[in-house]
Design a protein around this ligand. Structure first.
Ligand SMILES: O=P(O)(O)OC[C@H]1O[C@](O)(CO)[C@@H](O)[C@@H]1O
Length: 420
């Protein structure tokens, strides 16, 4: 994985000089985060010493089932979706085994549709919630559990709970579910390399060993003191400098469909970590090349309030030649077209003084995806130090949760506002 950044974009960009002028600010940020690791306050960097044998049993167990259903919200499911789609690719259920479905919302149609597609008796269910009290997760699980109780003898054997407490842990202990937990000092959106991601992913054919080895390679790089050798610290610094130049939108634009769900994972990580005390850089996920036809006009000629990060894959796992007869578009591989489009977009943004950074993956596999995910976790942690916010909590989301529970208790389904 290589990271390139466009040096000296004039007043709009970031220059080596800008970074050198930051002096101690960068080193203080790096030291600040390393201190949090040393004192045990933050634990996501310790997840990489995982015993891969932890999952042998459920991997074997999975063979008794035809479907996997993963129920969760936010950091309890987005990382798993990102790695599943990032490695197993699109349309997996049309050709893969086991068929896998994600329940990650309280949308009744989605839940009903999924229930019509699976046979719960043959489904291994992962219900994931660090707190054990997330409404949408509990709501979906209660529906599944109710059906299982009526239709499946010893249904508890179909359920794996990944939780640290709350209502879900009580249910799991009472029901004797297979139970995994999450280290308390690992915030949900940083938990993909914990049992939260690795347990279900080990049942989805993901090479966990390679994933972790990629993260370990990146871990070494992200502990380097020199910002010019530390990709996470460099990217954090660039985004911070850009924020100070009023670039308050961070666009991430992978030129690979398999990385779209990665973008959804990044959104929560960046928004929920930095959006505090009136500070924050809005994450906007675009997909190349298709969003050149929907968002590029705004990036080029709209407000100069964005920094764009391209993620380019040099070699795709499959390729195919075009068969153009007319025009000068003779035979090209589709990979050549999409990657020419990535460079053309990068060049035109640069010409329009829109600052941009490029991450290049030779190919997208467990090693490089592990590197990418871990780099962004470290970048976000360093960014919290630079922005002066706590990257690991999310206090502002609690108000909505309390209001929702109150509305539900009062039987108010959104039809009338209540006093605060
Ligand atoms: O894993 P839990 O506790 O169900 O939380 C799910 C998600 O909800 C949040 O707490 C925000 O509401 C996220 O930080 C978290 O990833």
């Amino acid at each position: 994985m290589i990271m390139q950044w466009t040096d000296v974009l004039g007043a709009e960009g970031v220059s080596t000089k800008d970074i050198e002028n930051m002096g101690n600010e960068i080193e203080n940020a790096r030291m600040g985060f390393m201190e949090k690791i040393k004192n045990g306050e933050i634990g996501f960097t310790n997840l990489l010493n995982v015993d891969l044998g932890n999952y042998d049993e459920i991997k074997k167990y999975m063979e008794e089932f035809d479907y996997i259903l993963i129920i969760g919200m936010g950091g309890s499911i987005l990382g798993t979706e990102a790695i599943h789609e990032g490695i197993n690719g699109l349309y997996y259920n049309e050709h893969g085994f086991p068929k896998v479905y994600f329940l990650d919302n309280s949308d009744p149609e989605k839940t009903c549709r999924v229930l019509n597609l699976i046979d719960l008796e043959k489904t291994l269910i992962f219900v994931v919630s660090k707190s054990g009290n997330t409404l949408e997760t509990l709501a979906n699980f209660s529906i599944i559990k109710n059906i299982l109780e009526k239709k499946v003898k010893n249904y508890e054997k179909n359920i794996i709970a990944i939780t640290n407490g709350g209502y879900l842990k009580k249910l799991a202990e009472k029901g004797g579910y297979i139970l995994f937990n999450i280290p308390e000092n690992v915030s949900g959106r940083y938990s993909v390399f914990s049992d939260v991601g690795l347990a279900p992913l080990s049942c989805l054919g993901i090479n966990i060993k390679e994933l972790i080895s990629g993260a370990k390679i990146m871990d070494k790089l992200c502990k380097k003191e020199d910002v010019f050798e530390n990709p996470a610290l460099m990217s954090a610094t660039i985004h911070y400098l850009m924020y100070k130049k009023r670039k308050n939108i961070s666009v991430i634009m992978p030129y690979a469909e398999r990385l779209y769900k990665f973008g959804m994972w990044y959104r929560q990580l960046w928004a929920e970590s930095l959006g505090k005390d009136g500070i924050g850089q809005t994450p906007l996920v675009s997909l190349g090349a298709k969003d050149q036809h929907s968002l590029l006009q705004l990036y080029m000629d709209g407000p100069k309030d964005k920094i764009v990060t391209f993620i380019r894959v040099n070699t795709f796992s499959e390729d195919i030649k075009t068969e153009y007869g007319e025009g000068n578009l003779n035979m090209h591989n589709l990979s050549e077209i999409i990657n020419s489009e990535q460079l053309a977009t990068e060049m035109s943004l640069t010409n329009h003084k829109v600052p941009n950074v490029k991450i290049i993956l030779e190919e997208l596999n467990e090693t490089t995806l592990g590197m990418l995910l871990y780099m962004y976790e470290m970048q976000t942690a360093f960014s919290g130090e630079l922005f002066g916010v706590n990257s690991f909590d999310q206090p502002a989301v609690e108000e909505e949760k309390k209001l929702t529970w109150r509305l539900l208790e009062e039987g108010n389904y959104g039809n009338k506002r209540i006093s605060k």
